[in-house]
Structures are given as C-alpha cells and as structure tokens.
Design a protein. Structure first.
Length: 195
C-alpha cells in the first residue's frame, strides 16, 4: 500500500522562520529540520504536490494572539523581538502558487483559510514538518485530523524545545491521529518509488 497519492497530498510546513532557526530545539537541530524539510519540498514540487507555508506573527503588542492572558504566563506581552523574527527563512523560498499562512496560535487552521486552501486544491493528506513538534505541528495536526485529513508526520523534519516534548508527541499523540514516517520514506512516496 502506498503512503499517499502525491496528487492529493500537501506538505504543511510549520514555522520555518527566522526566530526558530536560531533557537534551541531537540532532538534535531533547526538547521537539520530545515534541510530535511527542503528535501521534501523538492520532492513534492517535482511531483506537482502543494506546499503550504505557515509562519507565526503578531501585531507588535500581540493583542491579536490567542488568549493573551494565557500567553502572558509563558512569556511577557510585548516581548523584544529580533528584526525579521517572523519571516520565513530565505531557503524556504515559497513559489508563487504556494500559499503562505499566518498563524496566531498553535493551530494553523484557527482564524485562517488553511482548510479552504487545502479543499480547493483537493487535498486529502497532509505531511507535517516544522517546529515545534509539540506546539505548532501537533496543534495543526490535531485540527487536520478533526477536519478529516489523513496526516503523515515527517519524524526527522520536526523538533521541539526538549527531546522529551518531541518524543511524547511522536510516540503517544501522533500514532492516534496519523502515521509517523522517516523522511526517506516520504520522499520516496512523492517520487512514486515507495515500496
């Protein structure tokens, strides 16, 4: 059985943006996550599959974030941000027909037209990559599952603030809502060479 049909599959890339490229993530470095994601982008583009790029961004006062009182418990509102913190890293380079979504919570479906874009492209399966595994990736994947998409997780193309956080999502949550697969197997599925 093939993992998915590339014609009805999209990669949903979470937060491959400047702030995450310079932050600490485990068990895979941000640079490794980026490089493995780019490999999958190349395979998906060659197969004619859709890539949706998601980045987190807020107004300077972060009043447009979800539940600002909850966020304040994690970090102060109006944090000092590095310039370009919310921009996709240059290597991602979305093509003109690849949607770029802004998310303001852990779930990229919330308050965006992600579901509309996927349905207009007749997508049935989403391949999840990005950071952080147990926040943006998991939050978006849960919503994808609830919206009846098949979900595939690219195990080495995700990372979290801690290895424990990554491992818990990958071993406990993700098998309940999708399939966790190595990058090589997903790349082969896009190429039509998977066993």
């Amino acid at each position: 059985m093939t993992l998915f049909d590339p014609a009805t599959t999209a990669i949903v890339s979470i937060d491959l943006q400047e702030a995450n490229l310079t932050s600490h993530h485990e068990p895979h470095s941000p640079r490794d996550v980026l490089e493995r994601s780019l490999r999958l982008f190349t395979a998906a583009r060659a197969a004619g599959s859709l890539i949706v790029h998601v980045r987190t961004s807020f107004l300077p006062n972060e009043k447009d974030s979800l539940a600002p009182m909850q966020i304040e418990k994690m970090r102060p509102l109006n944090p000092v941000r590095e310039p370009r913190w919310d921009e996709l890293v240059a290597e991602v380079a979305p093509l003109p027909n690849e949607p770029v979504m802004i998310k303001r919570s852990w779930n990229a479906f919330h308050g965006s037209d992600l579901d509309v874009q996927l349905r207009r492209h007749a997508i049935k399966t989403v391949v999840m990559v990005g950071m952080s595994t147990n926040y943006g990736v998991e939050g978006t994947a849960r919503a994808a599952y609830e919206n009846y998409y098949n979900v595939v997780f690219a195990n080495e193309a995700m990372s979290a603030i801690t290895t424990a956080g990554h491992d818990y999502s990958v071993s406990t949550i993700f098998p309940l809502i999708g399939r966790v697969r190595p990058v090589d197997e997903i790349e082969a599925a896009f190429a039509g060479t998977a066993a």
